[in-house]
Design a protein around this ligand. Structure first.
Ligand code: OAD
Ligand code: ZN
Length: 240
């Protein structure tokens, strides 16, 4: 699968992964786009924008509560685990658009959550922000300050947490190899990360059963799933 880059692996010191919903698909968490994607049956503008939240916070909360249930029941798969294992051999950073916490659960130590975390709940007004793994039974949940609590995720139209984004750009522009797994690369600014890596002459590998707009930019494209491709990718480093 990876024959083309086998010889170049010897010189790799810093690997950055850019991951999206596809890496967690084999853990039973649906993706957004594509035939079984969440955005096929749900209107993202009614569920994942700040305006939608203020128009109908109950609907948004019910949807996030369902996703929280599914995500808390999910386990990291062989793809997440392979990425965590790679830390034994090289420097690794994971820049993820996922909010499910599965990279951390698999054992990865440097995970930047570009789109926040569904496990965390924050206040829409004050600084309250906490990990809450129990079910949010009260809808609408209120903060001690009296304002509505919300999931600590980035909605369409909101900016990414700036400290996280700054760090992500630095990782991307300093890596020797970027592996892009399970993202359609249509959402900005996460989809600009491969460009920073390319400017550093990094090798770019895409792992995705389907084509993306940036496939032609890649050094190598693996048209397969995360659980099949990632363990094999990591085994190259074991034997280098
Ligand atoms: P998408 O749903 O847009 O893309 C998922 C990608 O994963 C697709 O390119 C699939 O081909 C691929 N895929 C599916 N199964 C796979 C598997 N088993 N192994 C590897 N790849 C697989 O998800 P994202 O690119 O993550 O934001 O979407 C980006 C953002 O858009 C999300 O963070 C979310 C969404 O709307 C917000 O909600 C704000
Ligand atoms: Zn508050």
């Amino acid at each position: 699968m990876f024959e083309l880059i086998k010889d170049q692996i010897k010189n790799i010191k810093k690997v950055v992964f850019v991951t999206g919903a596809g890496i967690s698909q084999e853990s039973g968490i649906p993706t957004f786009r594509g035939k079984d994607g969440l955005w096929k049956n749900h209107d993202s503008m009614k569920l994942a924008t700040i305006d939608a939240f203020y128009d109908n916070p109950k609907l948004v909360w019910e949807w996030y509560n369902e996703r929280r249930k599914n995500i808390f029941a999910a386990q990291p798969n062989l793809g997440h685990k392979a990425i965590a294992e790679l830390e034994k051999y090289v420097k690794v950073a994971v820049l993820t658009q996922n909010i499910d916490g599965l990279h951390q659960k698999a054992g990865s130590s440097e995970v930047l959550e570009l789109h926040g975390s569904i496990i965390k709940i924050k206040c829409s007004v004050c600084n309250f922000n906490e990990e809450i793994t129990s079910e949010i039974s009260e809808i609408l949940p209120l903060c001690k300050c009296g304002n509505i609590l919300r999931p600590d995720v980035v909605w369409f139209g909101e900016s990414l947490p700036q400290d996280v984004w700054q760090k992500a750009m630095i990782y991307a522009s300093q890596c020797d190899l970027m592996v892009i797994v399970g993202t359609s690369l249509v959402v900005s600014p996460a989809n600009t990360l491969p460009i920073y890596a390319k400017q550093n002459n990094a090798l770019l590998i895409e792992i995705n059963p389907d084509n993306t707009e940036m496939s032609p930019e890649m050094t190598l494209v693996i048209r397969n799933t995360g659980t099949i491709s990632l363990p094999e990718f990591v085994s190259l480093f074991k034997n280098k």
